[in-house]
Ligand binder design. Sequence first.
Ligand SMILES: Cc1ncc(COP(=O)(O)O)c(C=O)c1O
Length: 477
Amino acid sequence: MIKTKKLYQQVADDFRDLIANGDFQPGEKIPSIRSIAKQRKISIATVQRSLEELELRGLIEAKPKSGFYVKMQANPRSAVEATLLPMVPKSVEIHEFASHIFHQCDSPDIVNLGTTYPSLKYFPEKYIQQFASKVIRHNINDVVEVHFSPGQMKLRQVLSKRLNQMGCRVTADDLIITNGCLEGLSLCLRAVAKPGDTIAIESPGFVGLFQLIESLGYKAIEIPCHPVEGMSLEALELALEQWPIKAVALVPTFSNPLGTNMPEKNRMRLVELLADKEVPLIEDDLLGDLSFDGSRTRPCKAFDKKGLVLYCSSASKTVASGLRIGWLAPGAYYKEVSYFKTFTNISAPNITQLTIAEFFKSGKYDRYLRQFTGALAKRMYQFQQAIEKYFPQGTRMSQPQGGCILWVALPKNFSGLAVFEAAIKSGIAIVPGQLSSATSKFDHCIRLNCACDPEIDIDSVIQKLAAIIESTQLQSN
Ligand SMILES: Cc1ncc(COP(=O)(O)O)c(C=O)c1O
C-alpha cells in the first residue's frame, strides 16, 4: 500500500536535503522552532516532530537551552563526493576479486558485516513453515508438476496487485517469476544488449551488477551519484550524448551501497529522458519495501509509458534469501526475457513460489514488514552512533532512510582493502569500497550490513573495528 508522507516527514526530508547540500554546515544552528513554523506556515507541533525525526535520523542534536545543531558528521555529502567522474565505458574485471572477498565473509566464525543479506534471525521462519506446510497439504500436484515460465499464476496475481498499489500498471500476464533478483537482472541485461555494448550504472554501484556486466562481456559506464538523490541525471544526460549507451541499470530505492532514495520527480525525469532516446531502464527495486517510515516511493516503472522500464525485485531481503524467489515486469522486452528464462532453468521451484504467494495473500507480510523495518531502523541507528563514537575523525557516513546498508567514507589516508584484510584476520568481515567501482575513487570507503546477526553487540564490534582501522593507518604511514 502506498503511504504518502506526513507533513512532519516532508519537513524533515527538506532539512535533510539542505544539510546534504551543505546549506546547513556541520555544527551550524538550525533556526528556532518558532521561526521555522512561521516561515513555513505550519504548527509548532509539526516542526517539533520533524526536528525529533531529524534527531532520530542522526542528523541534528539538541543542546540544552540553546536549540538544535547539525551534527558534526551529519553531512553525508563527503561520504559520496558528487564530483563528475571522467565517464568512459570500461570493460569490467572485478569478479575474481569480489569472489575472493565474499568467500571470506561467508564463514561461520566471522562477524559478517560484508554481504548484504539480512541475518536469518530476522526472517519470518514461523510463517514460512506455516505456508509451506499449507501448500504441501493443499497443492501437492502444483508442487510436483513442472510448470514452464512465466511462473505460478497465484504468485503473479498477488504481485501484480502489490505493484498496482505502487502505481505500476501491470497485470499478472506481464510478470515473470525468477530465481531471485540477480537472475532477473541477468535476463534483462541479456534481453537489451549484446557483448561489447555499454550499460550505464551508478557510481559507486552494486557489485553484483558489475559482476553480471563482466560475465556478459559488456562494458560499464559509471555515472556519479548525489548523496541523497542517487544517480545524477545531468551526468547521465551528458553520457548519453557522448556514448552509445544500450541501457541504464540502477537501484533507485535504498541503493546499494549508498542507500539513496531517488525522489519521484527525478524518477519521472529519468524515465522521460530515456523514453525520448529509446534507451531501456533496468530497475532493481529489491530494497523498495524496506523504508523505515513505512512510505513507498513509487518505482520508475510507475512512470513507464513505453514499456521501456524492466522492473526486477525479489523476496531475498524481505522474506528469505534462501527461497530464491524474484519477479520481473520486462515491459516491451517480455518475449526476449521469457525466452532466456525458459532456456536457462525453465522456471522457479513451485513450492517456494506458492509459499510466498500464500504469505503475501495472508496480509501477514505487511504486519511482519513493519516489525522488520522498525528493527532495521533501530539497528542502523546503533551502527551510526557507534561509528560516530569510535571511528577516526573525518569519517563520513550515509544516512539511509531504509534498507540495511551503510556506506562509510574514511579519511583518504585509509584504504578499504587494507581494512578488510586486517579485519578479517580479527574475525570481522566488511566490504571494501574497491568493490563498488572500477575507478579508485572509493578506495577509502567501506560498506557495512547493519542487518547482521541481531544478537551481536554492535557497540563492541564497531569499537573493535575502529581499532583495526586505526592500525591500518599506522601501517600505511
Ligand atoms: C541491490 C541488489 N540487487 C540484487 C541482489 C541479489 O538479489 P537476489 O538474492 O534476490 O538474487 C542484491 C543482493 O545483495 C542486491 O543488493
